[in-house]
Write a protein that binds this ligand. Structure first.
Ligand SMILES: Nc1nc2c(ncn2[C@@H]2O[C@H](COP(=O)(O)OP(=O)(O)OP(=O)(O)O)[C@@H](O)[C@H]2O)c(=O)[nH]1
Ligand SMILES: [Mg+2]
Length: 438
């Protein structure tokens, strides 16, 4: 069988490297390296050292200059690291070069995130999505895996290839491995399709009850699951960890005025999230794309709040949810002092300060959500001819019919329907009755 390396499990100490090639990016790269530290620690790996490197140009073999590369390898070894983690994305070739010269395992940010996702994925769908993303990442790196096995004296039969992977004539072992890997990839894709179909069915079931639907989105650790729990008395998995949630949970909630709606919790975003990982979580995030509006949660206590906010909006745009209406909730305001709050007010004039922990600001949030629901529906007075009874049926099905009467081949109805259906009815909007002025 084709297996993906479970490398970080064998690694206890890591040395981090972040390289930047434009002096203006110094601060951003330093922040990202700090975040990488958190990501690596999430995997249970101790960070024994790190270095931020400025390089004038990228090189094909080591990404950065050879002398600097050797210096870093030396530093990593001296610090007792078993692994070098790069904040930049590596080509498979660059990764190989670093590994063979440093004799340490070398991974990049992409692989760290894949491993965290792998650790966290719980439902079948999330597991399949992660497996798919990891396979897509690993296949171009198969030569490297194979080299590892060779070195361990494992060779044929172990890890890659295996039973049923008989080598065709003129086929190298590597080609056999690739063929097997692609076969497995297709299997996982097919299985995922199946799960998606089930999810679609569930969604259709849900849309039969025409409840408004909001999705909670935001950077990882912002407090999305906490907010869902607070809003719905639900029991979503809350933890002070990155990517605690990898599946979407949809729950019903009631606003203080008794109005019901659905709320979905989603996976958190992170800067430099591998593109294919975003793609593979597209299905899960579809909930966000299909929701009537979004509740964007930002961790107000983080000095990086604004850049977290930007990342989330960028990923949302990439997913096709860029033009959704948004309620912006600046959470954890209990941890932000007055001057910080003033700064946030400048950065996010439309934001609502909340604290899921203390309950502060939740009433404001409810109000804003309530406002969102009001302009989601439209009230119509209609005169529909009887040969268009399908529209009367549509009004019943998708909205609420308030009054209904039949007279001389025409159905007069007053109804409230979701805005997206309004255009279907415009032709039959009742002319205003002539006012009896004369
Ligand atoms: N001080 C404070 N902590 C909060 C607040 N809201 C959430 N937290 C904490 O923030 C951490 C992250 O909360 P989660 O709800 O798991 O965050 P999330 O956005 O769902 O995170 P992921 O699922 O990892 O993307 C937890 O330790 C929460 O207890 C708040 O208003 N104030
Ligand atoms: Mg969560």
């Amino acid at each position: 069988m084709f297996d993906i390396r479970e490398k970080p499990q064998n690694v206890d100490r890591a040395f981090l490297v972040g390289a930047y090639f434009d002096r203006r990016k110094a601060q951003e790269s330093a922040d990202l390296l700090e975040e990488l530290k958190e990501l690596v620690e999430t995997l249970g790996i101790e960070v024994v050292g790190s270095e931020l490197v400025f390089a004038r140009e990228m090189t094909a073999r080591h990404l950065i200059g050879k002398g600097k590369a050797q210096e870093l390898m030396e530093a990593a070894r001296n610090a007792g690291a078993e692994c070098i983690v790069f904040d930049n994305e590596f080509s498979p070739g660059q990764q190989r070069a670093w590994e063979s010269e440093s004799k340490l395992c070398v991974i990049d940010r992409h692989e760290v995130i894949l491993d965290i996702f792998n650790m966290r994925a719980k439902t079948r769908e999330a597991r399949l999505q992660v497996e798919l993303a990891r396979m897509e990442y690993s296949i171009p790196r198969l030569t490297r895996m194979w080299a590892h096995l060779d070195r361990q004296g494992g060779g044929a039969g172990g890890g890659v290839g295996g039973a049923g992977a008989a080598r065709g004539e003129g086929e190298t072992q590597l080609e056999v491995d690739r063929r097997m890997a692609y076969k497995k990839l297709d299997r996982v894709k097919a299985e995922l399709e199946e799960v998606k179909k089930q999810r679609d069915t569930m969604r259709k079931e849900r849309s039969r009850v025409p409840l408004p639907h909001a999705a909670i989105v935001g950077y990882t650790n912002a407090g999305k699951s906490s907010l869902l729990n607070k809003l719905t008395d639900a029991d979503s998995y809350v933890e002070n960890k990155l990517f605690a949630t990898l599946d979407t949970t949809t729950r019903r909630m009631e606003l203080p005025d008794g109005q019901a709606m659905l709320v979905t919790d989603t996976v958190g975003f992170v800067r430099n999230l591998p593109h294919d990982l975003v793609q593979s979580f597209r299905a899960t995030l579809e909930e966000a794309v299909l929701a009537d509006f979004l509740i964007h949660v930002v961790d107000a206590s983080s000095p990086h709040a604004f850049s977290f906010y930007q990342t989330t909006t960028e990923v949302l745009a990439e997913l096709g949810a860029g033009d959704k209406r948004v309620v912006l909730a600046l959470n954890k305001v209990d941890l932000a002092d007055d001057s910080r709050q003033m700064e946030l007010r400048r950065q996010f004039p439309e934001g609502i300060f909340i604290s899921v922990k203390t309950g502060q600001g939740l009433d404001d949030l409810f109000h804003r959500i309530h406002d969102m629901l009001i302009d989601r529906v439209v009230r119509l007075d209609l005169s529909i001819p009887l040969d268009r009874m399908d529209l009367v049926a549509l009004a019943h099905q998708e909205g609420k019919v308030l009054t209904e009467s039949y007279d001389r081949g025409v159905a007069d109805i007053q109804c409230v329907v979701p805005k997206r259906f309004e255009s279907r009815f415009t032709e039959f909007v009742a002319k205003k009755k002539k006012s009896a002025k004369k």
